[in-house]
Write a protein that binds this ligand. Structure first.
Ligand SMILES: CC(C)(COP(=O)(O)OP(=O)(O)OC[C@H]1O[C@@H](n2cnc3c(N)ncnc32)[C@H](O)[C@@H]1OP(=O)(O)O)[C@@H](O)C(=O)NCCC(=O)NCCS
Length: 194
């Protein structure tokens, strides 16, 4: 798995993904026109809102989207007073390519993104799946996220907040596993970390 910063050329694909039924249900929450997609992601691409977006590539195929940002600026966490939040990144993600769902790739995506991108800036990561999003919750718990709280949004949704430490030991282990399974990934990891 590797990650390329979101670019304008990715937006037609992101637009398609945002309108697939599972992404719409748990992520985009409504049908999105291409114009809406462009307007939403333009500031991400231009790095104007503190959210860094990436397309996740599995071998040579773009399969999903992942973004991270300072957890303290995340509106849903405003009510949280967790002492580790200042050192935490928030993370959102989806696998948009339906052919790649249900293959256990979410764990690879999360672990790889945390170890190769997020862990260089943050010591913890928080995520906020909806309470009924059982697949996402399983995916996060499968990579050591632990529930720390529950929040109710003004849209009437209930989200659970999960946190994981980004331990150096864990990061190194993931790097070794990645190198073992994909020997050519070493170069990609170095490039990604620039
Ligand atoms: C969340 C998401 C990335 C998970 O990826 P996925 O390919 O569907 O799931 P995976 O194959 O990686 O499996 C993750 C876990 O869910 C389970 N799972 C997968 N599909 C399932 C299904 N249809 N029913 C029940 N459990 C399922 C797997 O068994 C695994 O759990 P386990 O490790 O305890 O066995 C993907 O479903 C998605 O993009 N969803 C929409 C957006 C979203 O919810 N994003 C998260 C917002 S916080």
């Amino acid at each position: 798995m590797n990650f390329r910063p979101l670019d304008f050329s990715d937006l037609p694909l992101v637009h398609k993904w945002l309108n697939t039924s599972h992404v719409k249900r748990w992520y985009s929450k409504k049908a999105m026109s291409y114009e809406e997609t462009y307007a939403k992601y333009k500031p991400y691409i231009l790095k104007k809102n503190g959210i860094d977006g990436f397309v996740a590539w599995y071998h040579d195929t773009p399969i999903g989207y992942v973004q991270y940002f300072p957890a303290t600026s995340f509106y849903k966490l405003n009510t949280l007073k967790h002492p580790k939040l200042k050192k935490a990144a928030g993370l959102d993600m989806f696998i948009g390519e339906e052919l790649y769902l249900g293959r256990g790739l979410s764990r690879k995506l999360i672990q790889s993104f945390l170890s190769t991108v997020v862990a260089h800036e943050y010591s913890y990561c928080v995520v906020d799946p909806e309470v009924d999003n059982l697949i996402a919750k399983k995916a996060y718990m499968g990579v050591c996220f632990k529930k720390i709280d529950k929040v109710h949004t003004c849209e009437g949704e209930t989200h659970e907040i999960f946190m994981s430490p980004l331990l150096r030991k864990f990061v190194n282990q993931v790097r070794q596993d990645t190198k073992k399974s994909h020997p050519t990934n070493k170069r990609k990891l170095i490039l990604k970390n620039v």
